[in-house]
Design a protein around this ligand. Structure first.
Ligand SMILES: *Cc1c(COP(=O)(O)O)cnc(C)c1O
Length: 413
């Protein structure tokens, strides 16, 4: 790139994250709009043929075509990068296409990946099945046993991929420890930061090279659009990901970028409020006699509570899971019937597998997000038929308690 750069927002160098969340992006257009503009345009006019040539040759930074860059998308990228403490960011059409871009940019046939066995289901499919078709081998290892990651390293290991906390068991991995393993192996560490968002957890500060986002979740925060991103070092993004984006086109639409950009403005207060509600709901659920087990990193009963508190800025996040009584009395069938009863007795919660919405969502992982697994795989992953996942939104927590109490108190005996 030449010194002709797309300009930056005029802000003091030392402004803090909450300020960046509402102001980082691009300077306003010639009209001086205060709210960021939505640039719904597929291409950009060039002043003359020679300038167009210079811009296409990357000698001058400018907007050309919205598969490469678009001002609204750039605003989202800059703002998310600032929040993650990353130099750069590249936005993608979905969280999954961010991981696709990650693999296409960093890996080639013959390379080896180490990935937690507990990551998002589609991520397992992408590494285990799709990338495998192109000669990339993935070893799936324990979410929590750092030793397994270290032992899985091979001479051709290029990438470690982790997610924390996981869905639906909220298992936490030690990001700093994995970063040390990656560094020793000369591999990159990428962390899917979807569940915490940068409001609670900044993997780059813990040593990760790259952060993956599904913007669909907390970044949007209101369940409106599908979006994704990779954050990381500017040079790596320019060398490895920008060329793939130009050729493969998994770009974020400007409209979706605008929605998520505006979502980032309220991210930290939403995460704070939703996590506080989740903490209250989790503590209440744990005390209910019909709840066999509760999974929430904010509670002392969570096996990695201390690590989670250290890594997630003292917050447990806004997702919790619990096992409804039944398995011991009547086996998997009763456990499933009881879980369905609790879900179907709600009148406030939305029955949907999405999360990160202001509306609290409730789901039965064993028959939805993890329905593609065999019963054996589910057992191994600890996702039993009695499990219910709640992604706490901004509903009043007393209404949520009443919503769950209705089903719990009327369970079949
Ligand atoms: C939803 C999700 C994804 C995939 O994101 P999409 O935007 O739906 O493609 C990836 N990782 C995690 C942890 C998720 O929850």
């Amino acid at each position: 790139m030449s010194d002709k750069k797309i300009p930056r927002v005029a802000l003091p160098d030392d402004v803090r994250l909450d300020t960046l969340a509402v102001r980082e992006g691009l300077p306003p257009s010639a009209w001086g709009e205060n709210s960021e503009a939505l640039f719904l345009t597929s291409s950009f006019r060039q002043p003359d043929a020679a300038t167009a040539a210079a811009r296409f040759a990357n000698e001058e930074e400018a907007f050309i075509y919205s598969r490469f860059t678009n001002p609204t998308v750039t605003m989202f990228e800059r703002r998310l990068a600032a929040l993650e403490g990353a130099e750069g960011c590249i936005a993608t059409s979905s969280g999954m296409s961010a991981i696709l871009l990650l693999g296409m940019g960093l890996l080639k046939a013959g390379d080896h990946v180490i990935c937690s066995v507990s990551v998002f289901g589609s991520t397992i499919m992408l590494f285990g099945r799709e990338f495998a078709k192109f000669g990339i081998e993935t070893s799936f290892v324990s979410q929590t046993d750092v030793g397994e990651w270290a032992r899985a390293v091979k001479p051709n290991t290029k990438l470690l991929f982790a997610e924390s906390p996981t869905n639906p068991l909220t298992e936490v991995c030690d990001i700093a420890a994995l970063a040390a393993i990656a560094r020793r192996a000369g591999a990159w560490l990428a962390v899917d930061n979807c569940f915490c968002s940068p409001a609670l957890q900044r993997p780059i500060a813990l040593g990760a090279d790259l952060v993956i986002h599904s913007g669909t979740k907390y970044l949007d925060g209101q369940g409106r659009v599908i979006a994704g991103a990779i954050c990381g070092p500017e040079q790596l993004i320019n060398e490895k990901f920008v060329p793939v984006m130009r050729s493969a086109g998994m770009c974020l639409s400007p409209f979706n970028a605008w929605v998520v950009l505006k979502g980032l403005e309220t991210l930290s207060i939403r995460m704070e409020a939703q996590s506080a509600r989740a903490m209250k709901l989790a503590a209440w659920l744990e005390a209910q006699p019909q709840v066999e087990r509760l999974y929430y990193p904010g509670l002392a009963s969570h096996p990695q509570h201390e690590l989670a508190m250290r890594q997630q800025g003292g917050s447990g996040g806004a997702v919790l899971s619990f096992i409804v009584r039944g398995q011991q009395q009547g086996g998997a069938a009763l456990a499933r019937a009881n879980a369905f009863h609790v879900i179907d007795s709600t009148r406030v919660c939305s029955i949907t597998a999405n999360l990160g919405d202001t509306k609290t969502t409730i789901t039965h992982p064993a028959s939805t997000s993890h329905g593609r697994l065999t019963e054996e795989q589910r057992q191994a992953a600890g996702i039993t038929q009695g499990m219910v996942r709640v992604a706490v939104g901004l509903d009043d927590v007393e209404d949520l308690k009443a919503d769950l109490r209705r089903g719990l108190e009327s369970l079949a005996r």
